[in-house]
Design a protein around this ligand. Sequence first.
Ligand code: SAH
Ligand code: F3S
Length: 481
Amino acid sequence: MEEIFDENKQGEALVLEGKTANSRKLFIESYGCAMNFSDSEIVASILSKEGFNTTQHLEDADLVLVNTCSIRDKAEQTVRKRLEKYNAVKRINPGMKIGVLGCMAERLKTKFLEEEKMVDLVVGPDAYKDLPNLIAEVDEGHQAVNVILSKEETYGDISPVRLHSNGVTAFVSITRGCDNMCTFCVVPFTRGRERSRDPQSILEEINDLWDKGFKEVTLLGQNVDSYLWYGGGLKKDFNKASDLQKATATNFAQLLELCAKAQPKMRFRFSTSNPQDMTLDVVETMARFKNICNYIHLPVQSGSNRILKAMNRQHTREDYFELIDNIKRILPDCTISHDIITGFPTETEADHQDTLSLMDYVKYAFGYMFAYSERPGTMAERKLEDDIPEAVKKRRLQEVVDLQQKHSKYRTEQFLNKTVEVLIEKESKKSDMHWMGRNEQNTVVVFPKEHYNIGDFVNVRTTDCTSATLIGVAVGYSENN
Ligand code: SAH
Ligand code: F3S
């Protein structure tokens, strides 16, 4: 993976000649959400300054880092399986060090070292700047742990090393942590309280990406609409800020506008929006700027008011419909996607039917659907019995998935026999003769390569589709090119 080191990074490596002389190899893997993948790029950047080059071959690694996810039990089991694999390699190559990053590190802390004897290093999501010190401790033969959560954004000044990048689309984090305390969710415990990043450093990262040829940025946060910069500090402490800080604060709609204006030819997306925090000024800002994509990921979790309350979601089914109606009024061609959980404690068949009828109302373009997985330490785990049998959770999940499939097809067909603007991202997985890209609404579009290139904006005439993919032919460069 050496090619990820662009010219700049090689420059840096030269400056650090003393260290690169005995340069070490880092193998880093990420699981879970986009924020983890983005954080791994920050980690690679921090460690490149310590003389670590990344490798794609586990067997070659001096240091193996796994950025972990705790959101569902299955996610943790996946990581445990990977650790078995690393351990097997370490038995052959005892000099290799193994480190666990991310949410499992934060959730299990030192317990991880007891449970996984081969692990040398446990580092929570806010402690990556301490990695050089922690690795030095490990080099001296100790185990090292840092799981301290922060009150500040933490990584605003680090320019991420883009791992596995297509050179066209990138993630930029704008907030960290979450204050919402949905009763099923482990994130507030593993990623701490919500804080926002200085808009100046966000704009610098975006401008830098543009200069490097990137054409699309997704602004990332657990709850982006809650973004609030008032000079640093936790969101919950905003009321203690000075009058000047309050008067000059930047909210999410304003941040979107700053980004859209800073790079008018760059596409902007954002994820994730929590319905309770999404305000109409965000939707109106989307309407004002063509380069903010008309696509919103708006997790609902359940269509039942009783379950929404038990989940501590701060909106009702009716509030959600109102928001959807407003989005459709202001942005008629906006697509919407969701997250839904089936089998939350006490969910009845009637509650489940409420979820299906909510889906029928919205007709989402796509969604991420999960069976409820009880997470240690959450409110739901402490107060509610996980009482829905696994088979019922799975059956309800299947019904939700099947309905979504139907709606996806309906939404994709709306773009059929039309001309859509596509940003080319990479070769199609199924054919090396075709490009793959997405339209503004985030629908995947596949078409013959012809003379076009990755990073081009092209107009594609669509002629066919599956439930989630449009198939067509390019008819020329778009005016955004
Ligand atoms: N704020 C983030 C939430 C990350 S978790 C976001 O909105 O994207 C992503 C999704 O995982 C949640 O929206 C929820 O649908 C699902 N999820 C979270 N905890 C879960 C649990 N305990 N069991 C099943 N699904 C869960
Ligand atoms: Fe989790 Fe709810 Fe926050 S799903 S990340 S607590 S918005």
